[in-house]
Write a protein that binds this ligand. Structure first.
Ligand code: ADP
Ligand code: MG
Length: 569
């Protein structure tokens, strides 16, 4: 674009200088001066719009308060937030912003986290809870121990993701860039041809020929085409971030509009992943199980440990801890070998005991976890999870959008059926081992579906990568976030619907913008080249060509800016 404008201006200028000093003739000074002014005005408007769109980054940076109350012994001193180190303790007073990420060590309050998660309800915080820098403390005062500083803080991570997203190009932009490249040659050829035509074929004098050539080049400038997509994507990433949807890769969001199958992980995605123990378990067995599970990240493990703590059981040290993803875990407790897990783990341990525990029958829809002590099956712990209220609505909305849903889980068929029925999902894949999850996604893809995978766990990471669109939920585990194209800050399945809606809206804007950017200019090229001059006397002067060219850029920018107002649902 710059080359073309420089080219057009140079021709006009050289020609005018020659007309002034070398041969008598009219000059194009006025035309090229107007062209430059209009062009600069367009550029100024564009910069303003772009700055408005990238404002999300500076808005986020402003969330972090400049100073914090740092504890020095029993009293506090105010220090710049940037000087706070890991392990420091800071005081957060009512109504103040939390300066940095940390753990609450005393005090109780609720915190408005909407700027980070998009969740508008204040979240209750007490001892041991995580707080995020930049969120607003409401009514209580808190002492916070700093757990993250610098680029590790949540806000810094979000800013990094937004920057990455803005740098990632959707495929349609690569296409637009190519088209802009082609349009460059079209412009040069249109300019040269019209000069030759109006100078040699139907001689109208050099002034006329040069004016027409300059106008044709200017009108063909693919300026708007270069803006059409980036203006939309910057606004999309900002709008997404405001709704708790972080887009890591624009290509993923681009495909999301075509989705017709969404696969959701059960535990932690459709359900809360907060397991409670529902049967009476022998205290010794529970304590042994908890001793092993205390080292596991799995939500089932957390449920077992919580129950043991609730019963104030002594949780011993474990040696030789080993985890078997999708099956369970084992270790040595007080010299006894203890394994905790599902049927698959029992088989691995060579226990083919088909006997049922009496309590298992009342356990319909509950997840059984077997406890093997010294190679003998000695107990079962039944756990139940809670289905998220939003899951049902999300599944319904997806169906409304003509998208099928599947639930993928390592849990038993019983539990999967139970949850699946409650939610109305179309397909249920149960008792799937972590390494097979990815095959289920492939199966759906091979039958011609465009598939999204939604998950939170380490074991979901391969499927997130395999799916056309990988969506990590609840800002899950780091591995899940790494493998995903889209990261949802909240644990709300409705945000999957929002992300798809954002994708569709973004795409519509891109198509409109491409239309305005090309259609408009391409139509005006023949007019500028003087095609309609002989019969209608219709001609486009260079200054008008410049105005039209800038106008198409302005239309493209304004059209993109409208996306900022879009509501996602
Ligand atoms: P999901 O697909 O629901 O996230 P996973 O693949 O993580 O489930 O686990 C599948 C099954 O493996 C669980 O339902 C549970 O029966 C068993 N399991 C996995 N990890 C553990 C553990 N640490 N303790 C007990 N059982 C476990
Ligand atoms: Mg999971």
């Amino acid at each position: 674009m710059m080359t073309l404008v420089a080219f057009a201006i140079s021709i006009g200028y050289v020609f005018s200088v020659a007309a002034t000093f070398l041969f008598p003739g009219e000059s194009l000074y006025w035309e090229i001066a107007t062209l430059i002014s209009v062009f600069l005005l367009g550029h100024w408007l564009e910069m303003r719009a772009v700055r408005g769109a990238t404002g999300a980054l500076s808005e986020l940076a402003r969330l972090i308060p400049p100073s914090a109350h740092l504890f020095k012994g029993n009293h506090t001193v105010d220090v710049p937030t940037s000087q706070i180190k890991l392990g420091d303790r800071v005081l957060v007073k009512p109504g103040e912003k939390v300066p940095i990420d940390g753990l609450v060590i005393s005090g109780e309050t609720s915190v408005d986290e909407s700027m980070v998660t998009g969740e508008s309800r204040p979240i209750g915080k007490k001892n041991g809870d995580k707080v995020i820098g930049g969120t607003v403390n409401q009514d209580g005062s808190l002492t916070v121990e700093v757990t993250k500083v610098g680029i590790d803080t949540a806000i810094a991570q979000i800013m990094k993701l937004i920057r990455e997203a803005q740098a990632s190009k959707p495929n349609v932009q690569l296409l637009a860039d190519k088209a802009a490249g082609v349009l460059f040659y079209v412009a040069v050829i249109a300019g040269i041809t019209s000069f030759i035509f109006w100078f040699f074929v139907i001689p109208q004098g050099v002034i006329f020929a040069a004016t027409v050539a300059v106008a044709a080049i200017v009108i063909a400038c693919p300026h708007a085409l270069g803006l059409a997509i980036p203006t939309v994507t910057t606004i999309t990433s900002t709008l997404g971030a405001k709704n708790g949807i972080l887009i890591k890769d624009m290509k993923g969001l681009e495909i999301a509009r075509k989705l017709n199958y969404v696969v959701l992980d059960k535990t932690g995605t459709l359900t809360r992943g907060e397991f409670g123990v529902t049967n009476k378990v022998d205290a010794r067995i529970l304590a042994l199980a908890a001793a092993v599970e205390i080292h596991s990240q799995h939500s089932i493990a957390k449920g077992i440990v919580n129950e043991a703590r609730k019963q104030k059981l002594k949780i011993s040290e474990v040696k030789d801890f080993k985890s078997f993803p999708g099956k369970g875990a084992m270790g040595t407790v007080d010299g006894i070998k203890v394994a905790v897990g599902n049927r698959a783990l029992l088989l691995d341990q060579g226990i083919h005991d088909k006997s049922k525990f009496p309590s298992e029958d009342q356990g319909k829809g509950k997840t059984p976890v077997y406890v093997i002590v010294a190679d003998k099956l000695t107990g079962v712990i039944l756990l139940a999870d809670i289905v998220r209220e939003d899951s049902k609505e999300a599944i319904e909305k997806l169906h409304d959008m003509d998208i099928k849903t599947a639930m993928l889980t390592g849990d038993t068929k019983d539990v999967a059926q139970d949850v699946g029925k409650q939610l109305g999902v179309d397909t249920i894949f149960a008792e799937v081992l972590p390494e097979e999850k990815v095959n289920k996604v492939k199966e759906l893809q091979n039958s011609g579906n465009v598939v999204a995978m939604v998950g939170d766990g380490v074991n979901d990471a391969p499927s997130l990568t395999q799916a056309h669109v990988g969506i990590a939920i609840g800002a899950g585990t780091d591995v899940a976030v790494e493998s995903a194209d889209i990261v949802l800050m909240k644990n709300d399945p409705m945000d999957v619907v929002k992300a798809i809606s954002l994708s569709r809206k973004t795409n519509a804007k891109m198509v409109q913008n491409l239309f305005w950017a090309t259609g408009y200019n391409v139509l005006a090229i023949p007019i500028a080249a003087g095609v309609f001059y002989p019969s209608f006397g219709l001609l486009l002067k260079p200054e008008w060509a410049a105005i039209l060219m800038s106008l198409s850029s302005v239309i493209v920018i304004v059209n993109a800016l409208w996306l900022r107002r879009a509501k996602l649902d």
